[in-house]
Ligand binder design. Structure first.
Ligand SMILES: Nc1ncnc2c1ncn2[C@@H]1O[C@H](COP(=O)(O)OP(=O)(O)O)[C@@H](O)[C@H]1O
Ligand SMILES: [Mg+2]
Length: 274
Protein backbone atom coordinates (compact mmCIF):
# COMPACT_ATOMS: atom_id res chain seq x y z
CA UNK A 1 0.00 0.00 0.00
CA UNK A 2 1.40 3.45 -0.88
CA UNK A 3 0.80 6.18 1.64
CA UNK A 4 -0.14 9.61 0.26
CA UNK A 5 2.77 12.08 0.41
CA UNK A 6 2.44 14.56 3.25
CA UNK A 7 2.04 18.07 1.89
CA UNK A 8 5.05 20.32 1.47
CA UNK A 9 2.84 23.39 1.65
CA UNK A 10 -0.21 23.61 3.86
CA UNK A 11 -2.68 26.51 3.97
CA UNK A 12 -5.37 26.09 6.59
CA UNK A 13 -8.30 28.50 7.05
CA UNK A 14 -6.21 31.48 5.95
CA UNK A 15 -8.04 34.79 6.26
CA UNK A 16 -6.54 38.19 5.50
CA UNK A 17 -8.05 41.63 5.98
CA UNK A 18 -6.78 45.06 5.01
CA UNK A 19 -8.18 48.32 6.25
CA UNK A 20 -8.57 51.03 3.65
CA UNK A 21 -9.95 54.44 4.74
CA UNK A 22 -11.14 52.86 7.96
CA UNK A 23 -13.11 50.21 6.04
CA UNK A 24 -12.16 46.52 6.33
CA UNK A 25 -11.45 44.69 3.04
CA UNK A 26 -11.56 40.91 3.18
CA UNK A 27 -8.73 40.10 0.76
CA UNK A 28 -8.66 36.35 1.47
CA UNK A 29 -11.50 34.31 2.94
CA UNK A 30 -10.98 30.80 4.33
CA UNK A 31 -8.25 29.65 1.93
CA UNK A 32 -7.40 25.95 2.32
CA UNK A 33 -4.87 24.15 0.13
CA UNK A 34 -2.23 21.42 0.37
CA UNK A 35 0.58 21.22 -2.19
CA UNK A 36 2.51 17.92 -2.45
CA UNK A 37 6.29 17.84 -2.95
CA UNK A 38 7.07 18.14 -6.67
CA UNK A 39 3.57 19.33 -7.50
CA UNK A 40 2.89 22.29 -9.82
CA UNK A 41 -0.20 24.22 -8.74
CA UNK A 42 -1.58 27.22 -10.58
CA UNK A 43 -3.86 29.82 -9.00
CA UNK A 44 -6.07 31.67 -11.46
CA UNK A 45 -8.40 34.53 -10.76
CA UNK A 46 -9.29 38.02 -11.83
CA UNK A 47 -7.37 41.05 -10.65
CA UNK A 48 -7.86 41.79 -6.96
CA UNK A 49 -8.90 38.32 -5.81
CA UNK A 50 -5.95 37.99 -3.43
CA UNK A 51 -3.39 36.01 -5.46
CA UNK A 52 -0.36 38.22 -4.76
CA UNK A 53 -1.46 38.66 -1.14
CA UNK A 54 -1.34 34.88 -0.69
CA UNK A 55 2.23 34.74 -1.98
CA UNK A 56 3.24 37.65 0.29
CA UNK A 57 1.87 35.75 3.30
CA UNK A 58 3.71 32.61 2.21
CA UNK A 59 7.11 34.32 1.95
CA UNK A 60 6.59 36.07 5.27
CA UNK A 61 6.44 39.60 3.85
CA UNK A 62 3.16 40.08 5.69
CA UNK A 63 2.61 38.26 8.97
CA UNK A 64 -0.78 39.63 9.93
CA UNK A 65 -3.30 36.98 9.00
CA UNK A 66 -5.55 34.39 10.59
CA UNK A 67 -5.12 30.66 10.04
CA UNK A 68 -1.98 28.67 9.38
CA UNK A 69 0.58 28.47 6.57
CA UNK A 70 3.13 25.67 6.95
CA UNK A 71 6.10 24.50 4.94
CA UNK A 72 6.96 20.89 5.73
CA UNK A 73 4.90 21.05 8.91
CA UNK A 74 6.54 24.22 10.23
CA UNK A 75 4.85 27.64 10.30
CA UNK A 76 6.41 29.88 7.61
CA UNK A 77 8.81 32.42 9.02
CA UNK A 78 10.07 34.21 5.90
CA UNK A 79 13.31 32.19 5.77
CA UNK A 80 14.91 33.39 2.52
CA UNK A 81 16.07 29.99 1.26
CA UNK A 82 12.70 28.20 1.65
CA UNK A 83 10.87 30.00 -1.14
CA UNK A 84 12.04 31.91 -4.19
CA UNK A 85 9.73 34.27 -6.01
CA UNK A 86 9.69 35.50 -9.60
CA UNK A 87 7.58 38.54 -10.46
CA UNK A 88 6.09 39.95 -13.66
CA UNK A 89 8.94 42.48 -13.82
CA UNK A 90 12.38 40.86 -13.72
CA UNK A 91 13.64 43.10 -10.87
CA UNK A 92 17.30 42.63 -11.89
CA UNK A 93 19.85 45.19 -10.72
CA UNK A 94 20.83 47.22 -13.82
CA UNK A 95 24.42 47.79 -12.64
CA UNK A 96 25.11 44.06 -12.17
CA UNK A 97 25.88 41.47 -14.87
CA UNK A 98 23.80 38.33 -15.43
CA UNK A 99 26.28 36.32 -13.33
CA UNK A 100 26.28 38.89 -10.52
CA UNK A 101 22.48 39.13 -10.50
CA UNK A 102 22.14 35.35 -10.22
CA UNK A 103 24.83 35.31 -7.50
CA UNK A 104 22.49 37.44 -5.38
CA UNK A 105 20.26 34.37 -5.08
CA UNK A 106 23.09 32.73 -3.10
CA UNK A 107 23.82 35.76 -0.91
CA UNK A 108 22.62 34.03 2.27
CA UNK A 109 24.33 30.69 1.60
CA UNK A 110 27.80 29.98 3.02
CA UNK A 111 29.38 28.31 -0.03
CA UNK A 112 32.99 27.93 -1.21
CA UNK A 113 33.71 30.24 -4.14
CA UNK A 114 34.32 27.30 -6.50
CA UNK A 115 30.95 25.71 -5.60
CA UNK A 116 29.21 29.07 -5.88
CA UNK A 117 30.69 29.67 -9.36
CA UNK A 118 29.80 26.14 -10.44
CA UNK A 119 26.18 26.51 -9.31
CA UNK A 120 25.78 29.89 -11.02
CA UNK A 121 27.34 28.67 -14.29
CA UNK A 122 25.10 25.58 -14.19
CA UNK A 123 21.94 27.64 -13.93
CA UNK A 124 23.08 30.11 -16.59
CA UNK A 125 23.52 27.12 -18.90
CA UNK A 126 20.18 25.63 -17.85
CA UNK A 127 18.35 28.80 -18.93
CA UNK A 128 20.37 28.99 -22.16
CA UNK A 129 22.27 32.21 -21.45
CA UNK A 130 25.91 31.02 -21.38
CA UNK A 131 26.83 33.55 -24.11
CA UNK A 132 25.36 36.38 -21.98
CA UNK A 133 26.89 35.65 -18.59
CA UNK A 134 28.71 39.01 -18.56
CA UNK A 135 25.89 41.03 -20.15
CA UNK A 136 23.95 43.73 -18.26
CA UNK A 137 20.13 43.73 -18.04
CA UNK A 138 19.74 46.52 -20.65
CA UNK A 139 21.51 44.24 -23.16
CA UNK A 140 18.90 41.49 -22.73
CA UNK A 141 15.45 40.98 -24.27
CA UNK A 142 12.43 40.74 -21.93
CA UNK A 143 12.40 36.96 -22.21
CA UNK A 144 16.14 36.69 -21.47
CA UNK A 145 15.82 38.96 -18.43
CA UNK A 146 12.99 36.79 -17.12
CA UNK A 147 15.16 33.68 -17.61
CA UNK A 148 17.81 35.35 -15.43
CA UNK A 149 15.17 36.09 -12.78
CA UNK A 150 14.11 32.42 -12.81
CA UNK A 151 17.77 31.27 -12.54
CA UNK A 152 18.30 33.69 -9.63
CA UNK A 153 15.25 32.17 -7.94
CA UNK A 154 16.34 28.56 -8.45
CA UNK A 155 20.09 28.85 -7.80
CA UNK A 156 19.68 28.50 -4.02
CA UNK A 157 17.58 25.32 -4.47
CA UNK A 158 14.46 26.70 -2.75
CA UNK A 159 11.85 24.27 -1.41
CA UNK A 160 9.16 26.06 -3.44
CA UNK A 161 9.31 28.30 -6.50
CA UNK A 162 6.64 31.01 -6.49
CA UNK A 163 5.75 32.72 -9.74
CA UNK A 164 3.53 35.82 -9.72
CA UNK A 165 2.31 36.44 -13.30
CA UNK A 166 5.89 35.72 -14.48
CA UNK A 167 5.23 35.86 -18.23
CA UNK A 168 2.39 38.42 -18.35
CA UNK A 169 4.58 41.20 -19.79
CA UNK A 170 6.08 39.07 -22.58
CA UNK A 171 4.90 38.69 -26.19
CA UNK A 172 2.86 35.54 -26.94
CA UNK A 173 5.70 33.65 -28.65
CA UNK A 174 8.27 34.31 -25.91
CA UNK A 175 5.66 33.45 -23.30
CA UNK A 176 5.10 30.03 -24.88
CA UNK A 177 8.88 29.45 -25.12
CA UNK A 178 9.35 30.27 -21.44
CA UNK A 179 6.44 28.06 -20.45
CA UNK A 180 8.16 25.13 -22.19
CA UNK A 181 11.48 26.03 -20.55
CA UNK A 182 9.80 26.14 -17.17
CA UNK A 183 8.49 22.59 -17.70
CA UNK A 184 12.02 21.44 -18.68
CA UNK A 185 13.49 23.15 -15.60
CA UNK A 186 10.85 21.57 -13.44
CA UNK A 187 11.82 18.11 -14.71
CA UNK A 188 15.57 18.75 -14.29
CA UNK A 189 15.52 20.55 -10.96
CA UNK A 190 12.47 18.67 -9.55
CA UNK A 191 10.87 21.81 -8.17
CA UNK A 192 7.57 22.35 -6.38
CA UNK A 193 5.89 25.38 -7.91
CA UNK A 194 3.01 27.70 -7.13
CA UNK A 195 2.13 29.82 -10.14
CA UNK A 196 -0.20 32.81 -9.97
CA UNK A 197 -1.67 33.79 -13.32
CA UNK A 198 -4.78 35.24 -14.89
CA UNK A 199 -4.08 33.23 -18.05
CA UNK A 200 -6.26 30.10 -17.98
CA UNK A 201 -4.43 28.55 -20.92
CA UNK A 202 -1.07 29.01 -19.19
CA UNK A 203 -2.45 27.34 -16.05
CA UNK A 204 -3.77 24.32 -17.98
CA UNK A 205 -0.56 24.01 -20.02
CA UNK A 206 1.71 23.97 -16.97
CA UNK A 207 -0.07 22.81 -13.84
CA UNK A 208 -1.04 19.54 -12.20
CA UNK A 209 -3.92 21.32 -10.47
CA UNK A 210 -5.61 24.66 -11.04
CA UNK A 211 -7.14 26.59 -8.16
CA UNK A 212 -9.87 28.93 -9.40
CA UNK A 213 -10.31 31.99 -7.18
CA UNK A 214 -13.32 34.29 -6.96
CA UNK A 215 -13.06 37.94 -5.86
CA UNK A 216 -14.60 40.01 -3.04
CA UNK A 217 -13.74 38.30 -0.84
CA UNK A 218 -10.88 36.37 -2.44
CA UNK A 219 -11.75 32.70 -2.02
CA UNK A 220 -11.40 29.33 -3.69
CA UNK A 221 -14.24 28.59 -6.07
CA UNK A 222 -12.97 25.28 -7.41
CA UNK A 223 -9.85 23.13 -7.67
CA UNK A 224 -9.47 21.29 -10.98
CA UNK A 225 -6.96 18.46 -11.59
CA UNK A 226 -5.33 18.61 -15.02
CA UNK A 227 -4.83 14.98 -15.94
CA UNK A 228 -3.35 15.55 -19.39
CA UNK A 229 0.06 14.04 -20.19
CA UNK A 230 2.97 16.30 -21.18
CA UNK A 231 3.63 17.67 -23.75
CA UNK A 232 0.16 19.19 -23.74
CA UNK A 233 -1.49 20.35 -26.95
CA UNK A 234 -3.35 23.62 -26.77
CA UNK A 235 -5.45 22.64 -29.79
CA UNK A 236 -6.66 19.29 -28.43
CA UNK A 237 -10.29 18.62 -27.61
CA UNK A 238 -9.48 17.88 -23.95
CA UNK A 239 -7.47 21.11 -23.59
CA UNK A 240 -10.26 23.10 -25.18
CA UNK A 241 -12.82 21.52 -22.82
CA UNK A 242 -10.76 22.40 -19.75
CA UNK A 243 -10.29 25.98 -20.97
CA UNK A 244 -14.04 26.39 -21.47
CA UNK A 245 -14.76 24.89 -18.08
CA UNK A 246 -12.27 27.11 -16.22
CA UNK A 247 -13.37 30.23 -18.07
CA UNK A 248 -16.94 29.39 -17.09
CA UNK A 249 -15.88 29.09 -13.44
CA UNK A 250 -14.12 32.45 -13.62
CA UNK A 251 -16.87 34.39 -15.30
CA UNK A 252 -20.21 32.76 -14.54
CA UNK A 253 -22.32 31.26 -11.80
CA UNK A 254 -23.90 27.83 -11.94
CA UNK A 255 -22.57 24.46 -13.09
CA UNK A 256 -20.70 24.07 -16.37
CA UNK A 257 -22.38 21.79 -18.90
CA UNK A 258 -19.87 20.47 -21.41
CA UNK A 259 -20.97 20.10 -25.04
CA UNK A 260 -20.61 16.49 -26.17
CA UNK A 261 -18.11 15.42 -28.84
CA UNK A 262 -21.14 14.43 -30.96
CA UNK A 263 -22.60 17.93 -30.74
CA UNK A 264 -19.25 19.47 -31.74
CA UNK A 265 -19.00 17.01 -34.66
CA UNK A 266 -22.57 17.88 -35.74
CA UNK A 267 -21.82 21.61 -35.66
CA UNK A 268 -18.62 21.05 -37.67
CA UNK A 269 -20.58 18.99 -40.21
CA UNK A 270 -23.16 21.76 -40.49
CA UNK A 271 -20.38 24.30 -41.20
CA UNK A 272 -18.88 22.05 -43.88
CA UNK A 273 -22.31 21.51 -45.45
CA UNK A 274 -22.90 25.25 -45.64
N1 LIG B 1 -1.30 46.76 1.16
C1 LIG B 1 -2.62 46.77 0.92
N2 LIG B 1 -3.45 47.62 1.56
C2 LIG B 1 -4.78 47.60 1.35
N3 LIG B 1 -5.38 46.76 0.49
C3 LIG B 1 -4.62 45.89 -0.19
C4 LIG B 1 -3.20 45.84 -0.02
N4 LIG B 1 -2.69 44.87 -0.83
C5 LIG B 1 -3.76 44.34 -1.47
N5 LIG B 1 -4.90 44.95 -1.09
C6 LIG B 1 -6.27 44.63 -1.56
O1 LIG B 1 -6.45 43.21 -1.40
C7 LIG B 1 -7.13 42.66 -2.52
C8 LIG B 1 -6.28 41.59 -3.15
O2 LIG B 1 -5.13 42.17 -3.76
P1 LIG B 1 -4.03 41.32 -4.53
O3 LIG B 1 -3.60 40.20 -3.67
O4 LIG B 1 -2.97 42.25 -5.00
O5 LIG B 1 -4.85 40.75 -5.77
P2 LIG B 1 -4.37 40.02 -7.10
O6 LIG B 1 -2.91 39.69 -6.98
O7 LIG B 1 -5.24 38.79 -7.19
O8 LIG B 1 -4.66 40.96 -8.22
C9 LIG B 1 -7.45 43.83 -3.43
O9 LIG B 1 -8.75 44.26 -3.14
C10 LIG B 1 -6.44 44.87 -3.05
O10 LIG B 1 -6.91 46.17 -3.30
MG1 LIG C 1 -1.30 40.29 -8.20
Amino acid sequence: MTLPLSPLLHFSHVNKRFTVDGQPIEAIHDFNLDVAPGEFVAIVGSSGCGKSTLLRLLIGLDREFQGAIELDGVAVDGNASDCAIVFQEHRLFPWLTVTQNIALGLATQPLEKAERDRRIAGFIELVGLSAFSQAYPHQLSGGMAQRVAIARGLVASPRVLLLDEPFAALDALTRQQLQDELLTLRAKASITALLVTHDVEEAIYLADRVVVMAPRPGRIKRVVAINLPHPRHRGSYEFHQLREELLHELTREGPYVAPSRELIRDVEALYIAC
